[in-house]
Design a protein around this ligand. Structure first.
Ligand SMILES: Nc1ncnc2c1ncn2[C@@H]1O[C@H](COP(=O)(O)OP(=O)(O)OP(=O)(O)O)[C@@H](O)[C@H]1O
Length: 265
């Protein structure tokens, strides 16, 4: 993808959080991702869009090695986080996933209390020296996920007892509690009503002040609202990547244009 080289996009190398090159993904015989090159910038929301089955989620899962959990899946190519190869044999995937957190399509709180959902990651990563430090981390994460006021009086209640929108914000709190550098979100609003969606979108905008967010979405309105960069995938290839405004108003590739005008999808 020549239009994404650093020089042409005028992006300083220090602003690149994740650099993926020549990424290929197979599920057995299925060639799901075909030679994808993309640079994800720091403190930016990047949206992955494209028709169903084009490989958006597969590529997203490459960025924190979530595909490792799928037996038939093989990932080739190079993915660097701050210049370091995340597929290097020496990389501890648990640490990697704390740095590159993930929020899934369906809210999936653990069958534990609200407090324990958020405290779990910081505990296993030894981030707190005692109970009061852990309490602070939990409160900070719940505040950042804009759900503190709603749950502060029932931290010991089960996370699964919250509404869908609250559960998703709890999952976001759980993901931000380990102080990630990148947050991957796979259709985070697809199970939410418009009010909860608006809350999560507002939150995404706040989160990007601190780190880079990559969001897979089927909603072009959502991509246009929340992202600064957009990547359009089609049949496993990254067809076009650029400023969100440009992709939606003046795409370079006819396939992007067909998708955003509703002719393919
Ligand atoms: N676990 C899996 N095993 C086998 N094939 C898979 C698996 N997950 C995805 N695929 C295949 O890989 C391709 C890309 O799928 P992927 O889910 O990444 O697309 P997507 O763009 O995220 O789709 P959607 O928008 O429908 O969620 C598809 O052909 C899909 O059938």
């Amino acid at each position: 993808m020549n239009d994404m080289t650093l020089t042409e996009r005028n992006v300083d190398i220090k602003d690149i959080k994740i650099a993926a090159s020549n990424v290929q993904v197979h599920y057995g015989e299925t060639h799901a991702i075909k030679d994808v090159n993309v640079s994800i910038e720091d403190k930016t929301v990047t949206a992955f869009i494209g028709p169903s089955g084009c490989g958006k989620s597969t590529f997203l899962r490459c960025l924190n090695r979530m595909n490792d959990t799928i037996q038939t899946c093989s990932v080739k190519g190079n993915i660097l986080l701050d210049g370091e190869d995340i597929y290097d044999k020496r990389v501890d995937v648990v640490q990697l996933r704390a740095k590159v957190g993930m929020v899934f399509q369906k809210p999936n709180p653990f069958p534990k209390s609200i407090y324990d959902n958020v405290a779990y990651g910081p505990k296993i990563h030894g981030m707190a020296r005692g109970k009061s430090e852990l309490d602070e981390i939990v409160e900070k994460a719940l505040r950042r996920a804009a759900i503190w006021e709603e749950v502060k009086d029932r931290l010991n209640a089960p996370g699964t007892g919250l509404s869908g929108g609250q559960q998703q914000r709890l999952c976001i709190a759980r993901a931000v509690a380990t102080e990630p550098e990148v947050l991957l979100m796979d259709e985070p609003c697809s199970a939410l009503d418009p009010i909860a969606t608006a809350q999560v979108e507002e939150l995404i905008d706040e989160l990007r002040q601190r780190f880079s967010v990559v969001i897979v979405t089927h909603s072009m309105q959502q991509a246009a609202r929340v992202s600064q960069k957009t990547a359009f995938f089609h049949l496993g290839s990254l067809v076009e990547f650029g400023e969100t405004g440009q992709i939606f108003t003046n795409p370079n590739d006819p396939r992007t244009e067909s998708y955003i005008t509703g002719r393919i999808g």
